[in-house]
Design a protein around this ligand. Sequence first.
Ligand code: AMP
Ligand code: MN
Ligand code: MN
Ligand code: MN
Length: 274
Amino acid sequence: MKYDLHCHSTFSDGDLNPDALLALAAERDITHLALTDHDTVSGLDEAAQAAAKHGITLVKGIELSCEWNGQLLHMLGLGIDDTSDQLLEGVATNRRLRIERAESMFIDFERHDIDLRDSVTQQVGERGVPTRPHFAQALIDQGIVKDKNQAFRHYLVRGKVGFVPMQWPEVSDVIGWISAAKGLAVLAHPMRYKFTRSKLIRLIEAMIPAGVRGLEVSTPITRPSEIDMLGQLTKQFGLLASMGSDFHSQQQPWAKLGGATELKDDLTPVWSEF
Ligand code: AMP
Ligand code: MN
Ligand code: MN
Ligand code: MN
């Protein structure tokens, strides 16, 4: 078995459509793949068809944006029922927030004589959700920056053109949507938030009553000492351990599909509940 329980397609900010993504997963000998696009389940039907074609088990997933004490967090929902009304209502909320943010971003760029509207709209298409990487790509296409890194240094972030502060739903609400859809709520990339260990524990203690089930213990960029620390926390709090690459693009060698380190066998893997 080889699991990758976190990746993106063209339905959010990934480069590959579901079919190409599943083909790559097959090449990498992945047996179980969760497609976890940002704030959308729209890619899951195509992904299911492609998975069947390639003999891979698709785990239906999502990565929902949310906040805790004003801090942006990402919550994975794994094994979701993507027809759940409560989940779909939540997804519609986040999609609307993203569309409103994109509009404010267009206006902010236009104030600085940069017109990204057509490029972003075309990239996103009718079924996708607008994300900052679409704006980064538009800036690259217009020759304003040379790569996404530069786009995220000079634009799109706090204090720069194109930054629009967001108020995402509360983490407890988002965990509730996932649970209502019979999915497992798993905190994505816990090290990304740069919390101290004690702050991470406060977050875990706040998420447990809401129904969180696990932590993403292993990603390709999680250090061995961090993997150990996160694994310890899953044991201490009776949580499940997940692993995923957060794959977006073959241009990002630090997040290769299937590239997360195997979980140690003293942890309870999230797939024990699938
Ligand atoms: P959003 O959820 O629309 O605010 O966009 C966040 C996404 O931007 C993340 O999921 C990453 O995929 C991407 N991202 C953030 N920082 C960078 C960066 N420095 N370079 C490339 N992509 C980035
Ligand atoms: Mn992303
Ligand atoms: Mn994320
Ligand atoms: Mn992700």
